[in-house]
Write a new protein. Structure first.
Length: 177
């Protein structure tokens, strides 16, 4: 059985959330595995027996990448982001990309946050559950719900505290010097 490379291409039309459509925040899933380590047996079975194909058919907007890494435990890496058009489309390397791939739109993920889950020694059904967890999550940081987070758009009136500006610390610094 010979392995043939799969040609990769981005979506022809960038989709956006709206009244009739929903776009998952997850843009890419990377399956990292090793051929020799025993802890990768579940991941190798998951990739060989075909559950990855059913996930790829169910989520066509998510890019699925299988990456072989040597001497490491298996990982699932999800990259999150919202697609946006680059404002600097006249730069040299963008023009070069446009010449190489004229039909591919220049839309890239903005924040590029990622989540990594180690699936060491897990059976294929558990790997599928972890993959579903990554696909369903939003990619945002985990925050506490006990009290609301306060963010100010203005700088502090007092400024940023420093030990060198405190009078009590100045006397101790002078004595030591």
């Amino acid at each position: 059985m010979s392995l043939q490379p799969i040609l990769r291409r981005s979506l022809a039309v960038p989709v956006a959330n709206g009244t009739k459509s929903f776009v998952l925040p997850c843009k890419k899933i990377v399956f990292e595995y090793c051929e020799t380590w025993g802890s990768n047996r579940g991941m190798r079975e998951f990739l060989a027996n075909g559950p990855i194909v059913s996930f790829a058919r169910r989520y066509p907007g998510v890019e699925m990448v299988v990456q072989r890494v040597d001497n490491r435990h298996p990982h699932l890496r999800a990259v999150y982001g919202q697609w946006t058009k680059l404002p600097f489309t006249k730069s040299v390397w963008i023009v070069g990309l446009r010449r190489l791939f004229p039909d591919v739109p220049l839309f890239f993920p903005v924040n590029g946050r990622d989540k990594v889950i180690c699936v060491r020694s897990l059976p294929p059904p558990s790997i599928g559950a972890k993959l579903q967890l990554l696909l369903d999550s939003s990619g945002s940081k985990i925050t506490t719900l006990k009290r609301p987070k306060v963010e100010s758009s203005n700088e502090s009136v007092r400024g940023i505290w420093s030990a060198f500006h405190d009078e009590a610390n100045q006397t101790t610094l002078r004595r030591k010097a």
